[in-house]
Design a protein around this ligand. Structure first.
Ligand code: FAD
Length: 376
C-alpha cells in the first residue's frame, strides 16, 4: 500500500510519522521550497500531548515544552474576570497542556519521519482517482501515482475544494499578530493570560528559556491593508490602554519576526473521506485559534487514522472509521471556538461591560467542565 500525504505541516508530518512507524510506505509532498522557522509559540493541549505520547514522539516534543497549568482572564483595567485551573489534567488524563515554539515542534516531527520521504517544492493541484489508484498532479507539471492520498494541505486545501466546492474559508472578523519576546522572563510560570477590551484582545504565555509567546487580535475588515502594514510601535500604540507589559512585549520583539494574519475557519464538513482520499488537519476542519486546538485536532487525526489503518489493514475501511470518529469532535471544537472568539472580540462597550460583569460569576470549574470533551 503506497500512501501520499499532501502537505508537510503539523498534521501531514505527524500522520506520515505515525504510518511509517507501522511500516506503511508513505511519502510527503510539500508546496514550499524550505521550512523557515516560524516566530511564534503554540499551545498543545493535554489531548494532543496524550496522542503524541501514544504515537511515541511526545517525550521528545515535551523536552522543548513548558507546562501550562493556569489560564487567567483580565480586562484592560487589570480586573481579573476569571481563571481556568488546568493543573488537574495531568492527574486525570496523564498529560498537561504545554506551550512550545512552533519551530521546535515542527523540527521534531520533520526529523522523526523517514529520510528521503519528504519532497519539497511539490505543490499538488489535483488528485485523480481510478478504480486501482490515484494520480497526483503538481504545479511543476509532474505527476505521481499512489494507492491512496491523505490531503493535509491546510485551510486553503485545493484537494478539499475539489470534492466540496462550497468550502471556502470563512473570515472570522479579526486580524491577529503574533510574536516571541525575550524581555519578560518574569511573567508568572505555567500561566497564560488573556486581556480583553473593546479595542481588542492580547494574550501571552511562557515558553522555554525565558521567552514569552504573545498574540494580539483586533476586529477588522478582511485584508485591511492599513492594519497589515502596522509597524510594531503603531501596534503597541493600539494597546496603550492595556497594562504596560503589553506594549513592552510588542516593542521588544524583532519587527521582522512579527506575524500578522486575518483569521478564518471552515464551516464544519459532513465528510472527510472521498473514495481513496481523506482530508486531515486544517484541510478537513480548520478552526479559529480561540481554543488553541487546531494543531491539537490535526495530531488527534493522525493518531485516530493510523490506529484505524493498523486495525483494519484496509484504507477505505480505516477512512470510514476515521471519519466516523473525527467528524463530531472537530465540529464541536470549530463551533465552540467561534463562539469564544465572538465574545472575546466584542467591541460594543455595552456588551463588553455586561461580559465583564457576568464572566466573573461563572465558576472556574464550569469553564473547565465545558472543555472536558477535549481532553478525554
Ligand atoms: C494565530 C494562530 C494561532 C494558533 N494557535 C494554535 C495553538 O495555540 N494551538 C493549536 O493547536 N493550534 C493553533 N493554531 C492552529 C494551527 O496552526 C493549525 O491548526 C495547524 O497548523 C494545522 O496543521 P495542518 O498541518 O493541518 O495545516 P498547515 O499547518 O496549514 O500545513 C499545511 C501544509 O501544507 C502545505 N501545502 C498547502 N497547499 C499545498 C499543496 N497544494 N500541495 C502541497 N503542499 C501544500 C503548506 O505549505 C503547509 O506546509 C493557530 C492558528 C493561528 C492562525
Amino acid at each position: 500500500m503506497k500512501i501520499a500525504v499532501i502537505g508537510g505541516g503539523i498534521g501531514g508530518l505527524c500522520t506520515a510519522y505515525a504510518l511509517q512507524q507501522q511500516n506503511f510506505v508513505v511519502d510527503v509532498f510539500e508546496a514550499t521550497s524550505s521550512f523557515k522557522p516560524i516566530g511564534a509559540g503554540i499551545g498543545i493541549g493535554s489531548n494532543a500531548m496524550q496522542a503524541l505520547i501514544e504515537l511515541g514522539i511526545g517525550t521528545k516534543i515535551y523536552e522543548n515544552g513548558t507546562n501550562l497549568t493556569t489560564q487567567l482572564f483580565f480586562n484592560a483595567k487589570g480586573k481579573q474576570l476569571n481563571s481556568i485551573d488546568f493543573s488537574a489534567l495531568k492527574d486525570l488524563y496523564g498529560q498537561s497542556n504545554i506551550t512550545i515554539q512552533r519551530a521546535d515542534l515542527h523540527r521534531t516531527l520533520y526529523h522523526a519521519i523517514q529520510k528521503d520521504t519528504l519532497f519539497l517544492n511539490k505543490r499538488c493541484l489535483k488528485v485523480e482517482q481510478y478504480d486501482t489508484g490515484c494520480t497526483l498532479h503538481f504545479s511543476d507539471k509532474t505527476t505521481a501515482d499512489y494507492d491512496y492520498v491523505i490531503a493535509a494541505d491546510g485551510i486553503h486545501s485545493p484537494i478539499r475544494k475539489q470534492y466540496i466546492i462550497d468550502s471556502e474559508p470563512r473570515y472570522a472578523g479579526y486580524i491577529c499578530w503574533r510574536g516571541v519576546s525575550t524581555a519578560y522572563p518574569f511573567i508568572e510560570a505555567h500561566t497564560s493570560v488573556e486581556i480583553w477590551d473593546t479595542i481588542g484582545r492580547f494574550g501571552y504565555a511562557p515558553l522555554k528559556d525565558g521567552k514569552v509567546y504573545w498574540f494580539a487580535c483586533v476586529n477588522a475588515k478582511e485584508n485591511d491593508l492599513f492594519l497589515h502594514h502596522l509597524e510594531k510601535e503603531q501596534l503597541a500604540a493600539l494597546f496603550n490602554s492595556f497594562p504596560s507589559q503589553v506594549s513592552g512585549m510588542i516593542l521588544s520583539t524583532n519587527q521582522d519576526d512579527i506575524l500578522h494574519h486575518d483569521l478564518y475557519d471552515i464551516k464544519p464538513l459532513k465528510k472527510f473521506h472521498f473514495g481513496r482520499v481523506i482530508l486531515l488537519g486544517d484541510a478537513a476542519h480548520a478552526t479559529t485559534p480561540n481554543m488553541g486546538q487546531g494543531a491539537g485536532q490535526a495530531i488527534e487525526d493522525a493518531l485516530v487514522f493510523s490506529t484505524a489503518l493498523a486495525q483494519q489493514k484496509d484504507f477505505i475501511e480505516a477512512a470510514k472509521q476515521y471519519e466516523h470518529i473525527r467528524l463530531h469532535k472537530t465540529k464541536k471544537v470549530t463551533q465552540l471556538s467561534k463562539q469564544i472568539g465572538l465574545a472575546a472580540q466584542w467591541s460594543n462597550p455595552l456588551l463588553a461591560k455586561s461580559r465583564d460583569f457576568v464572566f466573573p460569576f461563572i465558576p472556574s470549574s464550569l469553564l473547565l467542565k465545558r472543555l472536558k470533551f477535549l481532553f478525554k
